[in-house]
Design a protein around this ligand. Structure first.
Ligand SMILES: O=C(O)CCC(=O)C(=O)O
Length: 262
């Protein structure tokens, strides 16, 4: 049983919360399989960069988006009318998985208002050894830095193109978000977080999912969102994709693919 009150309390106090065994292990193993499948299909794209456009029409991703346990947790944070505006696998290969510089998610996002929460879903163990996400609790109460206040990073070496200058941070306060497959963490769009390079001999696979209430507008032309629960707001002109249909030639076959046949 999930303790929603506890999740809410931790999230507001620390800017994040860890929730164990949110999806079944069997499904988490399919997350790992999906990354390997995408990698074979897109050999020229690094697996840290399996972005939204590659995922938003994918039935397996929609199967994850329909998981009641995840939506119930998201509802505790952003309320009952829920959409997704971002999905991104940050999958780090063994030995050369790229680091993510310290940042606040909200610095990147064209959201009006900045009401949003992130889920980080583990498809493999993610720990200190293989470069798990790290957060600095309490920094969710700081102001959001503008991109112009951040340092430009080399995108051949870092997952993101911007990072907060190290001399503005106390990284000794950082906490490692250690997860097992099927666990999730949720984090606030203001909290400062990042991760190291993966130099271990293991994969580190995480799926980031960004949820907004249907009252948040995504101010990016033709950006595709997925509507997931509750009510849409007519005045908010977000574009919602249709639930995809499974196609044997285009999609990875997964245990429950039949749900997407019609
Ligand atoms: O996956 C990581 O290491 C960092 C994740 C991250 O920056 C995010 O979810 O916003």
């Amino acid at each position: 049983m999930m303790n929603f009150e506890q999740i809410k309390k931790e999230y507001h106090l620390n800017g994040y919360s860890i929730i164990r065994n949110v999806i079944p292990l069997e499904l988490a193993l399919e997350v790992e399989k999906h990354v390997q499948w995408l990698k074979n299909k897109n050999p020229n794209i690094r697996p840290e960069a399996f972005h939204h456009d590659m995922l938003i029409h994918d039935p397996f991703i929609h199967h994850l988006l329909e998981q009641k346990n995840i939506l119930d947790i998201v509802e505790v944070i952003i309320g009952p009318d829920i959409a997704l505006f971002g999905a991104h696998y940050i999958a780090k290969k063994p030995l050369d998985g790229m680091p993510v510089g310290w940042h606040q998610d909200g610095s990147y996002w064209p959201l009006k208002p900045m009401k949003v929460t992130s889920v980080w879903l583990a498809g493999t163990p993610s720990n200190k050894n293989n470069a798990c996400m790290r957060v600095i609790p309490g920094t969710q109460n700081k102001r959001l830095l503008k991109p112009s206040e951040m340092k430009k990073m080399n995108i051949n070496k870092y997952v993101l193109d911007l990072a907060i200058n190290l001399d503005e941070l106390d990284t000794t306060k950082a906490i490692d978000i250690e997860l097992n497959p099927g666990d999730i963490s949720i984090h606030n769009p203001f909290i400062i977080h990042g991760s190291n390079a993966n130099t271990s001999s293991d994969w580190r696979i995480g799926l980031t999912l960004r949820y907004i209430p249907s009252t948040t507008y995504v101010k990016r032309k033709n950006w595709e969102c997925a509507f997931l629960r509750g009510k849409k707001k007519n005045k908010i002109k977000n574009k919602y994709v249709q639930r995809p249909k499974f196609n044997h030639k285009e999609h990875m076959k997964f245990n429950e693919y039949k749900k997407f046949l019609d």
